[in-house]
Design a protein around this ligand. Structure first.
Ligand SMILES: Cc1cc2nc3c(=O)[nH]c(=O)nc-3n(C[C@H](O)[C@H](O)[C@H](O)COP(=O)(O)O)c2cc1C
Length: 169
């Protein structure tokens, strides 16, 4: 699947808006992801308003590029959907959904970047405050998407033979 090999983090976008049909496809791709006990804990906040994007870009020190994006998804998990005892594993479900969005974006001629949220303490708090989220909604990641401006999805070889172990580690 060529999209896997060509995908790169794209951080600069043209002003061209992402068509609603493509947004729909990206969301459908996300929701096709596998999840533990098929719990599908994901929900998606779609942000396209320029002013909102500018403010959203201030929720993470590493996500300033959101301000220059035409579209950013905020991926959140709904605790009420998490069926695995101890509420473990939801991050894995969310990661699969995030990767599906990024790969579908390449397929649609778009570019995107995964912006970490759950990897820090302050960013989930900032996002919860920004969207006034209830306590059962867990911020996981943001993904900015758009038409690449001066960057492209192109293959970089990352294969490392020493990372592969057959039968035993
Ligand atoms: C969990 C996670 C968090 C990330 N957070 C950020 C981020 O906050 N800002 C950013 O510009 N890129 C972020 N990235 C993108 C990585 O920097 C990027 O995937 C990595 O450098 C490899 O480059 P590539 O995506 O072009 O292959 C994140 C990626 C992952 C998987």
């Amino acid at each position: 699947m060529q999209e896997i090999f060509n995908r790169r983090s794209i951080r600069k976008f043209t002003d061209q808006p992402v068509e609603p049909e493509k947004i729909d496809k990206l969301l459908r791709a996300a929701m096709q992801a596998p999840s533990a006990v098929n719990q599908q804990p994901w929900e998606f906040i779609v942000v396209q308003d320029k002013e909102r994007l500018e403010k959203l870009s201030q929720t993470s020190p590493y996500a300033k590029l959101i301000a220059g994006s035409p579209l950013t998804f905020v991926l959140v998990a709904n605790k009420h959907d998490i069926k695995v005892p101890g509420a473990l594993g939801w991050e894995e479900d969310m990661g699969a959904a995030a990767q599906n969005i990024l790969l579908e974006a390449v397929h649609l001629g778009l570019g995107g970047v995964w912006l970490g949220v759950a990897t820090t303490e302050i960013v989930p708090k900032n996002i919860t405050a920004f969207f006034d989220l209830p306590d059962y909604i867990l911020p996981f990641a943001m993904i900015s998407i758009g038409y690449p401006d001066g960057q492209e999805n192109k293959f970089v070889d990352r294969y490392k033979e020493e990372k592969v172990h057959y039968e035993k580690w």
